[in-house]
Write a protein that binds this ligand. Structure first.
Ligand code: HAM
Length: 428
């Protein structure tokens, strides 16, 4: 029988790497709390039409990357339903906002999420079919200030703080404005006209996009097409005065907060719900899939899926990519536990468990050996996992004086049982 493996594009996350994931999530929760965000958990699958109406039929995500199936009716009263594993979480959050009438509170809703997303992409480094996003959304009625450029700047400043606290150095923030949906429609037509004589010289994808959705030409990565794309009309020239003023206010607030950024005129993002501000944080250490996170404003999304007017802005970070970046930055050193307890002989196993319990209750991380091991084997195991070894033989048990060896200094000391926890905690 062939052995079963995790499906292509999915992976198991195991110790010790999982501790990097846990640290990222703890840091994110801590930073989000400081900005008064609360957590939301939405279902992993939703009605397919939620994504086609929000992310957009024409996007790569909806047209070719979703895991969609026809959910059979289980009773006569039920109708079959097309369901989809969520490819992103903004649509689910906005659906929940509408369903629970959160707009009626009159307050801004500041919600964050951490969880798996699913896209049928070609797997490569930094790109998986199941990946995890840490994201947040700020959404509410216009009377709560949800359209204010201050919200955009605050979200970007929070992200800069979060990346700094995670220890991710060397990130770049690129921002742009895609204007209102009318601005975008106008720009799409400008591009369509400009592309008529140019498209035949471009890649096949661009030839198709030039007709179906010219804006997507700006996402093309084919090197030969780049000079053509760079010379195309820019979206900034299609923006109305209100969108220009909004963008200017966002950048003024970023300047005041000293958050560094650069403007990228081609940043239109691969999801259709964006209006006005769009942004991405990238990192050079990631290679081809260099987007650590992306986001933007989506002022018309709620109405597009049948809700009230509820402008919003948010982002999602690729947690897999944060982990990759941290690993390249911190040439991963395995974390060692505080101590390894080595019982000398099987009769010392039970007393060793009692000692481990005492130390763990004092807040220390302890690895418990086994009395059937020879001393050499205990030392080898301890050296791999712990900073120190504590030897528990018959003499130590009777006298209450234990032998502790520190692996980094090589020093061996005698410590009374009563002082042991404090001794191990000292050089934590
Ligand atoms: P997105 O740009 O599609 O935006 O994804 C956000 C981030 O998720 C990307 O920058 C990347 O780090 C990560 N990501 C996307 N696809 C993959 C993949 N296949 N493997 C690993 N990581 C991946 C959104 O999803 C929007 N919902 C963001 C947003 C929130 N906009 C407003 N609010």
């Amino acid at each position: 029988m062939s052995t079963l493996k995790a499906v292509r594009g999915t992976r198991d996350l195991l110790p010790p790497e999982i501790s990097v994931w846990q640290r990222i999530e703890e840091t994110a929760r801590r930073v989000f709390a400081r900005y008064n965000f609360g957590e939301i958990r939405t279902p992993v699958f939703e009605d397919t039409s939620l994504f086609s109406r929000s992310v957009g039929e024409e996007t790569d995500i909806v047209s070719k990357e979703m895991y969609t199936w026809e959910d059979r009716a289980r009773a006569q009263s039920e109708k079959p339903q097309s369901l989809t594993l969520r490819p992103e979480n903004t649509a689910g959050v906005v659906r929940a906002y509408i369903e629970h009438k959160l707009g009626e509170t009159g307050q801004l809703q500041k919600l964050y999420y951490i969880g798996p997303q699913f896209r049928r992409e070609r797997p490569q480094k930094g790109r998986y079919r199941q990946f995890s996003q840490i994201g947040a959304e700020v959404i509410g009625p216009p009377s709560a200030g949800s359209e204010s450029p201050l919200r955009d700047a605050e979200v970007l400043e929070m992200l800069a703080t979060l990346l700094d606290e995670l220890g991710i150095t060397g990130w770049t923030l690129e921002i742009n404005s895609v204007g209102s949906s009318a601005d975008r429609a106008r720009y799409n037509e400008t591009l369509r006209t400009a592309l008529v004589p140019l498209a035949p010289k471009m890649c096949v994808d661009c030839q198709r996009r030039a007709v179906t959705n010219p804006l997507r030409v700006l996402d093309c990565k084919v090197p030969e097409d780049q000079p053509i794309i760079d010379a195309l009309p820019k979206i900034v020239d299609s923006l109305d005065e209100a969108s220009k003023a909004h963008f200017a206010a966002v950048t003024a607030a970023l300047d005041a907060a000293k958050v560094p950024y650069s403007r990228n005129h081609r940043l239109v993002r691969g999801l259709d719900y964006y209006t006005r501000t769009t942004f991405e944080f990238t990192h050079g250490g990631l290679g081809a899939q260099n987007a650590l996170l992306g986001g933007g404003r989506y002022d018309g999304l709620s109405e597009a899926i049948g809700g009230p007017k509820a402008p919003g802005i948010g982002f999602a970070m690729g947690e897999d990519r944060l982990v990759l970046t941290l690993q390249t930055l911190e040439a991963s050193r395995p974390e060692k536990v505080d101590a390894y307890i080595a019982p000398l002989g099987e009769s010392l196993n039970a007393p060793a468990l009692a000692l481990a319990r005492e130390l763990r209750r004092a807040g220390l991380t302890i690895e418990l050996g086994d009395g059937s091991f020879r001393l050499k084997k205990s030392f080898d195991a301890a050296d791999k996992t712990a900073r120190r070894i504590v030897i528990l033989g018959e003499d130590e048990l009777q006298s209450g004086i234990l032998t502790v060896k520190d692996f980094s200094s090589g020093i061996q000391t005698k410590v009374s049982r009563a002082a042991l926890a404090a001794h191990l905690a000292e050089s934590k």
